[in-house]
Every structure is written in structure tokens, then in C-alpha cells.
Write a protein that binds this ligand. Structure first.
Ligand code: HEC
Length: 145
């Protein structure tokens, strides 16, 4: 016999591990598609620790259609939001990135606890919003549609 049975099992195990590790990333936990789906779920359902609003309460249609504030005021959709940030915010007197705008909406509009900038939740929300802007021209500082 070339190898002892124990050695055979070890080699088989190693081959199996190598095969699993070399599977393509698509569809596995942590893929971009999954981040977009998780971000959409957060956008539609999370109240970020508060009992009341979700992102979709104001940015209706998952952000794809023009939105509406609780007092009925119309606001633009988020369909090109990812292509117009970073953008100067005159009220703040500062340039805001997209994650900073999300942070501000959770703090001020939802009155919840914003996800940390380096959290999975923030990456998921940014990924979802970026997916809405697919095909839109990059226009930093531009107008919301
Ligand atoms: C109570 C209503 C309300 C809720 C809830 C809300 N927002 Fe906003 N959001 C606004 C308003 C009003 C603006 C525009 C005001 C501004 O520029 O400061 C805005 C602006 C934005 C923008 C920039 C769009 C642009 O082009 O000006 C993004 C991106 C955004 N919100 C994302 C979110 C996300 C993500 C959530 C959920 C975490 C959320 N918002 C929850 C009211 C809300």
C-alpha cells in the first residue's frame, strides 16, 4: 500500500478543504449581492433602536420614488443619491459623504442610534443605495432626482 489509511483520510480531508476554499465567492455569505439585499431589508424595516420610523417612512418605494415627509412635504427620490455624494450641505456648512448623510438621517429623522461607520449595517445601507444609482452619471455635488 502506498499510504496508510490514516494518511489517506488526512489527504482526502485536505483535498476537500482546498475544494471548498476555492469555490467562487458569488452567492456565499458576505457577497455584494447579499449586502445589497441586507441593506434593502434594513432600509424597509429597521427603526435603528427607536420604535417609530424606518428609512422607507420618508424615502418611500425603497428610495426609488419621490419621498414624502411626515408633514406631507415632497422630497426627491434617492435614485441618484450615491452619484451626487460627497456633497456640500449648506445647513451644516460642510461636505457630507453618503455614510455621513445616512448617519444624519438616523440621528435627526429617525431619532435612532446610527450604525457605526465601519459596521456591516452601514456597508449594507451604502451598498443598497449605491445599487439604486446603477447607470446614473457621477455628478458629485449635483441635484437629487
Ligand atoms: C423623517 C423623514 C426621513 C427619514 C425617516 C429618513 N430620511 Fe433621509 N432624508 C430626509 C430629508 C428631509 C432629506 C433631505 C434633507 C437634507 O438634505 O438634509 C434626506 C436626505 C437623505 C439622503 C440624501 C439624498 C439627497 O440627494 O439629498 C439620503 C442618502 C438619505 N436621506 C438616506 C436615508 C436613509 C438611509 C434613511 C434610513 C436610515 C433615511 N434617509 C431616513 C428625511 C428622512
Amino acid at each position: 500500500m502506498l499510504f496508510k489509511p490514516k494518511t489517506c483520510i488526512a489527504l482526502y480531508g485536505l483535498a476537500l478543504l482546498t475544494a471548498v476554499m476555492s469555490l467562487p465567492a458569488a452567492g456565499r455569505a458576505g457577497s455584494l449581492d447579499e449586502a445589497v439585499q441586507n441593506g434593502k431589508h434594513l432600509f424597509m424595516t429597521s427603526t435603528f433602536g427607536d420604535g417609530g420610523r424606518t428609512c422607507n417612512s420618508c424615502h418611500t418605494g425603497g428610495g426609488t420614488t419621490p419621498g414624502r415627509l411626515p408633514d406631507g412635504t415632497a422630497i426627491p427620490s434617492l435614485s441618484n443619491a450615491a452619484t451626487i455624494f460627497p456633497r456640500y450641505n449648506p445647513r451644516r456648512g460642510a461636505v457630507l459623504t453618503l455614510p455621513q448623510q445616512i448617519h444624519s438621517c438616523v440621528m435627526d429623522a429617525i431619532e435612532g442610534t446610527p450604525p457605526a461607520y465601519d459596521s456591516t449595517e452601514m456597508v449594507d445601507l451604502v451598498s443598497y443605495l449605491t445599487s439604486l444609482s446603477q447607470g446614473k452619471p457621477i455628478d458629485m455635488g449635483g441635484k437629487a432626482e
